[in-house]
Design a binder for this molecule. Structure first.
Ligand code: CP
Length: 308
């Protein structure tokens, strides 16, 4: 493995372009290693997963990644079973878990929760999603998938669609893409309340991304190298006024099949109904491969944070 990285993973800006390339080289090496050679790599290390919000992929892939490297895992997937239900603060819960484990994987509904955790933790905090803030390890999985599917990370036209206001994966993805050269990003959101925030538009442009807004999902799907679909984050806003527009936000096979046959379709998942299941049958549909890529990418990250 290449050199360890220090401390916390709060946002994707913890990584330089070189760090990302280095991590991806490690992930590819891990993918190609026989399972028995990986089993001893993190023996004796304990990962604590602290999930204050629901998760399927992030929690289970982190835990699977750690267990398959020989680490142990403890923690919780429902904070109602912890003393935070009795009023314990996030900081005190983190202090306790940091004294029991070697790294904490934290998902929390509040933006900035990972930063608060890092301020009191003696062991690495991995931000597994903080409200509408960031989800940096999802971006690592997304970029690794784009590299695997398109063969490069420079010179790409990426389309992002969906809830660009509250979708933390998009926020981290834009920061991650800005580390690469000659990136064009086109975006579409199905309701005004879900537009990419002006501050993020300005930031992306300042960082060198050629950013443009498009008026329809069909236009977006027909023109990009990679289409990054996202679900509407219904839990973070009142969507009742936008119901009609949101109901018509669905990617269908016809959007891609003839219009843009080389497009790669990715999605951090969970999918709700924004990608019709008929799309799953197209070779362009890379979102389930993307979810599988979480294992080698998160394994590579754990090896860097928990060097033996
Ligand atoms: N992509 C992602 O964060 O999925 P989960 O919410 O299932 O972890």
């Amino acid at each position: 493995m290449t050199k360890p990285i220090a401390n916390h993973v709060l946002g994707i800006d913890a990584f330089s372009r070189v760090d990302i390339e280095d991590l991806f080289a490690d992930a590819t090496r891990l993918e190609n290693l026989p399972a028995e050679q990986k089993r001893g790599m993190l023996v004796g290390r304990l990962v604590v997963s602290m999930f204050f919000e629901p998760s399927t992929r992030t929690r289970i892939s982190f835990e699977s990644a750690a267990l398959r490297l020989g680490a142990s895992v403890t923690g919780f997937s429902d904070a109602h079973g912890t003393s935070s239900a009795k009023g314990e603060s996030l900081e005190d819960t983190v202090r306790m878990c940091a004294s029991y484990g070697d790294a904490l994987v934290l998902r929390h509904p509040l933006m900035g929760a990972a930063k608060r955790a890092a301020a009191v933790s003696a062991v690495p905090i991995i931000n597994a999603g903080d409200g509408a803030g960031e989800h940096p390890t999802q971006t690592l999985v997304d970029l690794y998938t784009i590299l695997r599917e398109k063969g490069r990370l420079d010179g790409l036209h990426i389309g992002i669609a969906g809830d660009l206001c509250y979708g933390r994966t998009v926020h981290s993805l834009l920061l991650g893409l800005a580390k690469f050269r000659n990136i064009k990003v086109s975006w579409f959101s199905p309701a005004p309340a879900l537009r990419l925030p002006e501050s993020q538009q300005r930031h992306a442009t300042l960082q060198g991304i050629d950013l443009q807004h498009v008026e329809s999902l069909a236009e977006l799907a027909g023109s990009v190298d990679v289409l990054y679909m996202t679900r509407i984050q219904h839990e973070r806003f009142d969507a009742s006024e936008s119901k009609v527009a949101l109901d018509s936000y669905v990617l269908r096979a016809a959007h891609v099949k003839n219009a843009n046959p080389n497009a790669c379709i990715i999605h951090p998942l969970p999918r709700v109904k924004e990608i019709a299941t008929e799309v799953d049958l197209l070779p362009n549909a890379a979102y389930f491969r993307q979810a599988q890529n979480a294992i080698p990418v998160r394994q590579a990250l754990l090896c860097k944070l928990l060097p033996t």
